[in-house]
Design a protein around this ligand. Structure first.
Ligand SMILES: [Zn+2]
Length: 334
């Protein structure tokens, strides 16, 4: 790279281009706009019900009618997509609620597509919320402990994804981190004539403490053991690239890095290495930490939220999944 007189003062004066808002905008390298935002929503049975999630101020478990209201609000503000998570009434060890034709997610998707046909509905595809043990896959218990069975899980994931699409989902997003799930889902969707439905894979999903508040939101904490046998080790970047390569090879259309802010290097590497549409998931604790510090008056909620999301865009994210999506869209419109 020929950098000319950079670093040679006085010919190069970096401050020349910072003198006015118009000049700064003219040379700004990264833009944040509502078109990139996705709002996660949690649905459970009921009517006119909004159960607050304590660790995530402003976020609720919503009954389907309230999901519509919340989604409509986001859509009006300019948010083009939501990501739906379901909380079933009953759980079992086959996660049958995940693929029931009339499961909570499937019901909510039908309602969303009827009431807000222009809004993109992405569904989270996983089993943990629907499993009595809270793990993302089929579990075998042995004396030596508990193991999560990879291949038997794939069939259930493919069934769940297909049932979401049959209900009207525009995009399915597998989050389980089993090996081979993208291919299993792609094959199942193609077999059913859904070859045009994209898959957004949680490709590099790390075993992260930043998911803490989400477990309350989705009621999906494992009852025993942890997720380290399927989610990634926080220190592994080369492995993240292998995970992403695998998902792309299996048919992923969009790849995700999760969490976002503590993993900007991963977002950057993934975008640089593959050039695929890349999503960043600003997870529950990223949201809650900003909310908590702002409530104390220690930080400016709006400025810190926007700066965090801008950093994800700068790192290479095309799509930003954030609990603050509606607020952000409104701020950006002001
Ligand atoms: Zn899961």
């Amino acid at each position: 790279m020929n950098i000319g007189p950079v670093g040679q003062f006085p010919p190069y004066r970096a401050r020349r281009l910072r003198q006015s808002p118009a000049l700064r905008q003219l040379v700004s390298e990264t833009q944040l706009s509502a078109q990139h935002l996705v709002l996660p929503l949690f649905v459970r049975r009921g009517r006119r019900s909004r159960r607050p999630i304590k660790a995530m101020p402003g976020i609720f478990q919503l009954s389907p009618d309230e999901v519509i209201r919340e989604a409509a609000r986001a859509h009006e503000a300019g948010v083009p997509a939501i990501l739906l998570f379901g909380i079933p009434d009953t759980k079992d060890d086959r996660a049958s609620g995940a693929y029931a034709a009339n499961g909570i997610v499937q019901q909510a998707v039908r309602l969303l597509k009827r009431e807000l046909p222009q809004l993109l509905v992405i569904t989270d595809v996983c089993l943990c919320e629907f499993m009595s043990h809270g793990h993302c896959g089929v579990v075998r218990r042995a004396k030596s402990g508990l193991s999560i069975l990879n291949d038997p899980t794939l069939k259930l994931l493919a069934r769940a994804a297909a049932s979401h699409v049959e209900a009207g989902a525009d995009i399915v997003a597998p989050s389980d981190m089993m090996d081979g799930r993208v291919r299993a889902i792609r094959k199942q969707l193609d077999r059913l004539g859904f070859e045009n439905i994209p898959i957004l894979s949680y490709a590099a999903k790390f075993a992260s403490a930043f998911y803490g508040p989400f477990r309350e939101a989705a009621e999906s904490a494992p009852q025993s053991g942890d997720r380290r046998s399927y989610q990634m080790d926080a220190g592994n970047a080369a492995e993240a690239l292998r995970e992403v390569a695998l998902d792309i090879q299996e048919g992923a259309d969009i790849v995700m890095v999760k969490p976002a802010l503590a993993y900007l290097d991963i977002i950057h590497r993934v975008k640089t290495a593959f050039g695929y549409p890349t999503a960043a998931y600003a997870v529950s604790a990223e949201y809650s930490m900003i909310k908590a510090a702002a409530a104390q008056g220690w930080i400016d909620e709006r400025a810190v939220t926007l700066e965090s999301l801008l950093a994800m865009r700068r790192a290479g994210a095309d799509i930003l999944i954030t609990y603050a999506a509606t607020a952000v869209a409104r701020w950006l419109a002001e």
